[in-house]
Design a protein around this ligand. Structure first.
Ligand code: ZN
Length: 322
């Protein structure tokens, strides 16, 4: 069950606040560090509602001064032990891989960083884009103002727009191609006027801010991964002290226990959590959107889509279904 832990130290007393979730269930527990604390549960009928609730609760505790903690605080190693020294070196290497990501805050407001399922900026004589397959107008998914992004490396004087075709139907055999070909990701000049077009299935809203968090890559690069695989098991045992070994990969077990494993959420930047291998070359992920609200895009059952920055600077959209 995924869990996020937050801690605060007040008058010399350490307190914790935990949130865990699975399907529609959310459990929040809080109390004095070391004790089991008090728990409360909430049930939701949709993942979107659940995530919105978690996001709101997390914002509240952050406001109170809590900070997110990684479950794997450095253990008191014996500096003379070779095993502990090696484990500490690994931890250092891992921690160097942390990269920032930002969770979007959706809502109404004048301070708009992006638009979801709403109007898109178009040039005066520009026509609303159409689906290459069925020729019907595409549906607006996302417009992101890159000049307003919190990450300098992702900032640019342009808008990024994502459209999709939702006109496909089972009755029209040829329209099945809309699901695959009906995606348009493009860069657009920041100038223009907002124009309304089909907004599609999602919930019309704006992105009005960002909350920073930290992530580790889902996979280690090949050489580091091979090195870790050949590490003595005494060392990996120390490394995974206090963590749950998932039996698949030391790296994933460690990342999960650190609380910084790459998340399957709507996010700016961060590491893409690809469901299937991505065949595109890219330098950075610009944005990841899940199939749930407010986007509610058709990505199979529980898919994710990724706006990726190509080495040329162009923007590509890659999606896959779970
Ligand atoms: Zn179409």
């Amino acid at each position: 069950m995924p869990t996020r832990t937050f801690v605060i130290e007040e008058a010399g007393k350490k307190r914790f606040w935990d949130v865990s979730w699975e399907a529609g269930e959310v459990e929040i527990s809080s109390g004095v560090w070391g004790a089991s604390g008090r728990a409360r549960n909430r049930s939701f009928t949709s993942v979107g509602e659940r995530d919105a609730f978690i996001e709101a609760e997390v914002r509240k505790v952050l406001k109170k001064g809590y900070v997110e903690s990684s479950a794997l605080a450095p253990v008191a190693d014996d500096p003379h032990s070779d095993v502990d020294r090696k484990a500490a070196a690994w931890r250092k290497k891992f921690e160097a891989l942390v990269a920032p990501a930002w969770a979007p805050t959706f809502g109404e407001g004048v301070d708009v960083h992006g638009r979801v399922r709403g109007p898109m900026t178009l040039l005066p004589h520009e026509s609303w884009p159409a689906c290459p397959s069925c020729k019907r107008p595409l549906h607006a998914v996302l417009e992101l103002d890159r000049s307003r992004l919190p990450d300098k490396a992702l900032r640019a004087k342009e808008l990024v727009q994502l459209f999709t075709c939702e006109s496909w139907s089972n009755e029209e055999a040829t329209s099945a191609a809309c699901i695959f070909d009906g995606w348009l990701a493009r860069r657009h000049a920041p100038a223009g006027a907002l124009r309304d077009g089909p907004a599609g299935r999602g919930q019309r809203t704006n992105i009005i801010g960002w909350t920073r968090f930290e992530e580790l890559p889902p996979e280690l690069d090949e050489s580091l991964g091979a090195e870790l695989e050949h590490e003595a098991c005494e060392v990996t045992e120390v490394l995974l002290r206090g963590a749950e070994d998932d039996g698949v990969s030391t790296w994933r077990s460690w990342a999960k226990a650190s609380g910084k494993a790459a998340r399957n959420v709507h996010k700016l930047g961060g590491f893409p959590t690809f469901v299937q291998e991505c065949s595109l070359s890219f330098t950075r992920q610009l944005f990841q959107l899940e199939c749930n609200q407010p986007f509610d895009v058709n990505l199979g059952d529980i898919g994710a889509g990724h706006l990726l920055i190509r080495p040329s600077g162009d923007i590509a959209f890659f999606w896959a279904s779970h």
